[in-house]
Design a protein. Structure first.
Length: 230
């Protein structure tokens, strides 16, 4: 299709070339996206209708990771909101996460939260060391500290991907509950493929990266599942 667009546009001028090239590219990417969607639908059907092995879940999850950049690029060409694609990716990864739940020790669990969940006017920065929290109740850092004390798990706050990777390297968790916006979650899940990650999209009542919030009950429920093995 791309070759046909190139040949056809040779006699049509530079502007026409770009036009036909973009049309052909969009058609190609749309076809790839549809095929990936069909493959995922079949995969979900197999997983839901039969007992799926860990190897099958791992294979399909890797398949999603492999084609995600292609689907994301296709969404840009077709002018589909990237946020919708990112949300779908997170939902799919969380689905596979829940299909392969196992029991973990508290020391092996890490809740990784973004710095924007802290009250913007707080003088006590909790980045990396959440124990600096004074539990004033103005933000949900207090709730995360309570979860840490209640269950004996690890909780950390990161300012971005670089610090998040350092935290993971230092603490060496076996499983991560990550809280972030769609973009940061998908990026993190792509980076940390050797550790199971459950993603929770944060709430942004004040806009992005400013006094964000999270459904603490969802976080705690997942902690319980990981401690109990499902």
């Amino acid at each position: 299709m791309l070759l046909i667009a190139f040949v056809y546009s040779l006699n049509s001028g530079k502007t026409e070339f770009y036009r036909y090239f973009m049309i052909a590219t969009a058609f190609f990417l749309l076809t790839v996206t549809v095929l990936v969607g069909i493959a995922l639908a079949v995969s979900f059907y197999v997983i839901l209708s039969r007992r799926s092995s860990k190897s099958a879940i791992s294979f399909i999850s890797s398949f999603v990771d492999l084609f995600y950049p292609i689907v994301l690029f296709a969404s840009r060409v077709l002018r589909i909101k990237e946020e919708k694609i990112e949300q779908s990716y997170i939902a799919i990864k969380d689905f596979f996460f829940n299909k392969d739940l196992k029991r973990y020790e508290p020391k092996d669990i890490l809740i990784l939260a973004p710095h924007c969940i802290q009250y913007s006017g707080c003088k006590f920065k909790v980045t990396y060391d959440i124990d600096n929290c004074r539990k004033c109740g103005k933000c949900q850092i207090n709730d995360l500290v309570n979860l840490k004390e209640k269950y004996g798990i690890n909780v950390a706050v990161a300012t971005g991907g670089t610090l998040a990777r350092k935290i993971v390297k230092d603490l060496r968790p076996k499983v991560i509950i990550a809280i972030a916006c769609e973009r940061d979650l998908t990026s993190g899940m792509q980076d940390v493929k050797h550790i199971p990650v459950y993603g929770i999209i944060n709430d942004r009542p004040n806009g992005p990266c400013f006094n964000t919030r999270v459904d603490v009950s969802e976080v705690e429920n997942m902690v319980k599942k990981l401690l109990n093995g499902g």
